[in-house]
Ligand binder design. Structure first.
Ligand code: ADP
Length: 488
């Protein structure tokens, strides 16, 4: 069992209509990726329970949306304060079920909290618009109303922040929410739901379903007319499935799907800066982020120098269990994720790529954890799976280029369009390259790109919609146009 100060955070089951529900015929285990050991066993929500979560969110909608916006703000602020008060316990829960080092879990909580704060305030700025009219006997305006019941489906790599980024804007503007976390990281979502209960967010406004049958949950969400909006972060395949299955009820969707970020280093880059940017973009969460640098495109003139500097920095990364404070690189999230990365690496090496040896310090006795040491691979070509797919692991895959046009073509050569990074000290080149990159987010000489004030999202197969910023809340409202006839 995870050692905590506040064991109320470890509730069992789904949270519906303000009650914890643990009745089920089926149970599933939550695994610590650092040891392979079971750290929790939870009842899996049945179809009837998922339907009752929709009933609950629907029946609470009318009173929640008609509350004054400042009341909703104060309730979200109470939730925020409780999360801050329980931050250390929450960080431990994230590390135990997800695997990332404790310092990264704390950073994830700060990152998610910033969204809760931003959106609780942003709802007060959802100003309507007074429109000009063609006729003095008319007054025309636009008001914004909540879309209604929102299903928020989140992945395992940021179990707190992804939930905060969806639930906060939805709740702030008057929607009710049913959250569905990944089956391998439900404990963080459970803890957050318990804090929502303690914050006195009214029963039925925020609901949680934990289940080991995601497709069944998806069928209930997409099949129910009362669910007006699905916000999903996860794989492109599941996003596509949700899109297709939502067609008959014309649901609104925000889809934040996989990335395959290029990291371009031009020959006029500041190499020290590029190496530091690469370390963050590649190794945060052991490479398991959707904006992780996936394809290193490096100019032939600085290729060897860049790789050498990067290898030197990687050599300082200590791999081990995330709850050891000296560790930089935790385990992969699951055995399955580790196997996927290993097979991409083997496929690349079989196709002519070259592995550079790296000696990294590792904790002794790594045991049964899903660890995977960092790697750097050169001579990667665009036909290889490691170039075309999201690696989602601590592997630097390097491809050489010789001209700017070649770099841009290579960068755009996959269906993904989430984040891209490039390094160049030449302002003219920066201005020329930015419009040519087909991505929703671009880091120019920087990789710490995401925060609550910025619109996060992708183009092409990386999805639709934006999270964060002023745009993030617009995903949860409908514009209603009013035209008043006036008697003058
Ligand atoms: P990953 O490959 O990163 O695990 P997934 O897309 O499989 O990404 O999972 C992201 C989230 O989507 C998880 O919460 C998972 O349980 C959920 N999920 C998977 N399949 C479905 C589905 N058919 N309907 C609804 N949610 C799903």
């Amino acid at each position: 069992m995870i050692q905590l100060n506040n064991y109320e955070l470890l509730q069992k089951g789904s949270y519906i209509s303000g009650q914890w529900c643990s009745v089920s015929d089926a149970f599933f285990d939550v695994i610590d990726p650092a040891t392979g050991a079971t750290i929790g066993t939870l009842p899996s929500a049945t179809k009837a329970l998922v339907q009752s979560a929709v009933d609950s969110a629907y029946s609470s909608l009318s009173s929640w949306r008609s509350k004054p916006v400042v009341e909703r703000e104060h309730l979200l602020r109470a939730w925020y304060d409780l999360i801050v008060a329980n931050k250390e316990d929450l960080a431990r829960i994230i590390t135990y079920e997800q695997g990332k080092p404790l310092a990264e879990s704390r950073a994830e909580i700060d990152y998610g909290l910033a969204y809760i704060q931003w959106f609780s305030e942003q709802a007060k700025r959802l100003n309507g618009i007074l429109l000009p009219t063609k006729n003095l006997a008319q007054r025309a305006e636009v008001i914004y109303e909540p879309v209604g019941v929102v299903a928020a489906i989140t992945p395992w790599n940021f179990p707190f922040a992804m939930l905060a980024r969806k639930a906060a804007p939805a709740l702030a503007c008057g929607c009710t929410v049913i959250a569905k976390p990944a089956e391998s990281t439900p404990l963080t979502a459970i803890a957050i739901s318990e804090l929502a209960r303690q914050a006195a967010i009214p029963a039925g406004v925020f609901n949680l379903v934990v289940s080991s049958e995601p497709q069944m949950v998806g069928e209930v969400f997409t099949g129910d007319e009362r669910v007006k909006k699905i916000s999903f972060t996860g794989s492109t395949d599941v996003g596509r499935w949700l899109y297709q299955n939502s067609a008959h009820s014309i649901k609104r969707l925000s889809l934040e799907l996989g990335g395959n970020a290029p990291f371009i280093v031009f020959d006029d880059a500041n190499l020290g800066l590029a190496v530091e940017g690469a370390m963050f973009a590649k190794f945060r969460n052991t490479g398991q982020t959707c904006i992780a640098a996936n394809r290193f495109l490096v100019h032939e003139g600085i290729h060897d120098a860049f790789c050498q500097k990067l290898v030197e920095r990687i050599t300082s990364l200590k791999m081990g269990k995330g709850y050891d404070p000296s560790v930089d690189l935790g385990p992969m999230h699951s055995r399955h994720e580790r196997e996927k990365v290993q097979s991409l690496v083997e496929n690349a090496l079989g196709g002519g790529a070259l592995q550079i040896s790296i000696k990294t310090p590792a904790e002794k006795n790594l045991g049964e954890g899903f660890f995977y040491p960092p790697k750097l691979i050169q001579n990667v070509s665009p036909e290889m799976a490691i170039f075309q797919r999201e690696i989602f692991g601590p592997v630097v895959a390097v491809t050489k280029f010789s001209t700017e046009k070649q770099a841009v073509d290579l960068a755009n050569k996959t269906p993904a369009g989430l984040a891209a990074y490039f390094y160049s000290e030449n302002a003219t080149r920066c201005a020329r390259v930015i419009p040519q990159l087909e991505f929703g987010m671009i880091g120019v000489n920087d990789t710490r790109i995401s925060n609550e004030m910025a619109p996060f999202g992708g183009v092409k197969a990386s999805g639709v919609g934006r999270e964060g910023s002023e745009s993030g809340i617009m995903e949860y409202v409908e514009a209603k146009y009013l035209c008043h006839g006036l008697t003058l």
